[in-house]
Design a protein around this ligand. Structure first.
Ligand code: PLP
Length: 397
C-alpha cells in the first residue's frame, strides 16, 4: 500500500492554530483581561424561527409511518422538491432561470469546493487568487495539480482581473471574498467569463457570502453574467446566509449548458454524487427550504443586517483612523492594511497585547496577505463596539 504522496506537499495549517494558541497563552498570563475575538469566521446569531419551525415539523414527519422519509429522491440527486423549488425561486429573483436538475444539494460549500475536482483531470492548471481561502489550494495540492496565482493587492483593490498571457484551466473566484471582503461587479465578472470561455476553462464560483451584497452593481450569482452557464459552476451555502454552519447545507449549480470535450459536466457530477454521496438529511433540507420562504427571508435578513451593522462599526472606526481597507460593505469581512508598516503577526501581537482584541493575520492567506489583517463582523454588537473603542484609542495615540 502506498499513500497519496501529494498530502506530504501540504503546508501545515498553522494559521488558526497559532491564533488560538497565542490567544490562550495571553489569557492564561492575564486572566483578568477581557479578550474580544474579531477573528471568528463562524456565525453567532441563532437559526431563524421559520427554520426551527420547519425542522421541528420535519422531525415529527419522521415519527409517523405515513410521512417517514428514508433516502432522498434519486432523480434529483436526493434533493427534495420543497428545497429545490425555493432555491429556483431565490435565483429567479436575481433574474437567473435554472432547472431543478441543475441544482445539487450538498452538506455545505467547503465539501463541494474540493469534491468537484473528482470530475476534472489532474493535468489541469489551477488559477487561484492570492490571498485565498486555504481550502481551494489544499484540495488541489492533495490531487497533485499545478497551482498558479493571480495577485490581489492594494493596487487592484484585492480584485485581480484576468491576464490574457496566463493560461489556466480551472479558475476559483470567491465573491464577496474571504478573506478580503472585496466583491466583483457584474462587469468585472464578465471579463472573467470571457477569459474562461476564450481558454475553454472552468470557473468555480464560490458564492458563500452572496447574501451580504447590497450594491446593485455587484453580482450575487455568476449566472447574472451572460455566457456564465457555459463556463461556470456555482457553489453556495446556507452557512453564512442563514447560520447553518452547524446544521450543514448548501447547493452546487452545474448548468446543463456546461460541456467540455463533448461531455456534460452536469451528468458527470450527478454520476459522481450518486456514487460517493447519499444526500443531506430530510430534516436539514426542510429547514433550508424555509430560509427562502417569505417569513424565513425576512428573518435571515434581520440577522444579516445585525452583522452588517457590526461591519459598519468596524469600517467607520477605520475611516476615522485613516486606515485603508476593503470589504465591510458587501461582506462580513474587513481586510485592513496594518498601520505603521507593521507585518501581519506584529500587528496581531500588538492588538492582542495592547487592546485585547484578536483578529486574523493576512499573511496566513497567502504571500500578498502580508501587511494586512482580517476582522470579522460575526461577533456580538456589544463586543464589536467595545473592540472598536479600544482599537480607536490605541491607534489614535
Ligand atoms: N467558502 C468560503 C469562501 C468560506 O469562507 C467558507 C467558510 O468560512 C466556506 C466556503 C465553507 O462553507 P460551508 O460552511 O458551507 O462549508
Amino acid at each position: 500500500m502506498k499513500i497519496n504522496q501529494c498530502f506530504l506537499d501540504l503546508k501545515d495549517s498553522y494559521l488558526f492554530a497559532t491564533v488560538g494558541r497565542k490567544t490562550a497563552e495571553y489569557k492564561k498570563a492575564h486572566p483578568d483581561k477581557d479578550v474580544i475575538r474579531l477573528s471568528i469566521g463562524d456565525v453567532t446569531r441563532p437559526l431563524a424561527p421559520a427554520v426551527i419551525t420547519a425542522m421541528k415539523k420535519a422531525v415529527e414527519d419522521m415519527a409517523s409511518v405515513t410521512t417517514f422519509k428514508g433516502y432522498g429522491p434519486d432523480q434529483t440527486c436526493y434533493g427534495y422538491d420543497a428545497l429545490l423549488d425555493s432555491i429556483l425561486g431565490s435565483y429567479s429573483r436575481k433574474g437567473v432561470t435554472l432547472e431543478k436538475g441543475e441544482v445539487f444539494i450538498s452538506d455545505g460549500a467547503k465539501s463541494d469546493c474540493g469534491n468537484i475536482l473528482d470530475i476534472l483531470s489532474k493535468d489541469n492548471i489551477v488559477l487561484l487568487p492570492d490571498p485565498v481561502y486555504p481550502a481551494y489550494a489544499d484540495a488541489n495540492v492533495m490531487a497533485g495539480r499545478k497551482i498558479i496565482y493571480a495577485n490581489a493587492n492594494e493596487a487592484n483593490g484585492f480584485l485581480p482581473m484576468p491576464d490574457k498571457k496566463v493560461k489556466a484551466d480551472i479558475i476559483y473566484i470567491c465573491s464577496p471574498n474571504n478573506p478580503t471582503g472585496a466583491a466583483y461587479t457584474r462587469e468585472q465578472l464578465k471579463a472573467w467569463v470571457d477569459y474562461a470561455k476564450s481558454l475553454g476553462a472552468l470557473i468555480l464560483y464560490d458564492a458563500a457570502y452572496e447574501y451580504f451584497v447590497t450594491d446593485s452593481s455587484l453580482a450575487r450569482s455568476i449566472y447574472e453574467v451572460e455566457g456564465a452557464k457555459e463556463c461556470a459552476i456555482e457553489i453556495c451555502s446556507y452557512s453564512k446566509t442563514a447560520g447553518f454552519t452547524g446544521v450543514r447545507c448548501g447547493y452546487t449549480i452545474v448548468p446543463y449548458a456546461l460541456m467540455r470535450e463533448g461531455v456534460s459536466l452536469n451528468k458527470l457530477w450527478a454520476r459522481r454524487q450518486s456514487t460517493k454521496f447519499n444526500g443531506v438529511s430530510y430534516v436539514t433540507q426542510m429547514g433550508a427550504a424555509a430560509v427562502f420562504s417569505e417569513e424565513g427571508e425576512r428573518q435571515i435578513t434581520e440577522n444579516i443586517a445585525y452583522y452588517r451593522e457590526n461591519a459598519k462599526i468596524i469600517g467607520d472606526t477605520l475611516d476615522e483612523l485613516g486606515i485603508w481597507y476593503t470589504g465591510g460593505k458587501n461582506s462580513p469581512y474587513i481586510w485592513l492594511k496594518c498601520p505603521n508598516g507593521m507585518d501581519s503577526w506584529a500587528f496581531f501581537d500588538y492588538l492582542l497585547e495592547e487592546a485585547n482584541v484578536v483578529g486574523t493575520p493576512g499573511s496566513g492567506f497567502g504571500r500578498n496577505g502580508e501587511g494586512f489583517f482580517r476582522l470579522t463582523a460575526f461577533g456580538t454588537k456589544e463586543n464589536t463596539q467595545e473592540a472598536c473603542r479600544r482599537i480607536s484609542k490605541l491607534l489614535k495615540k
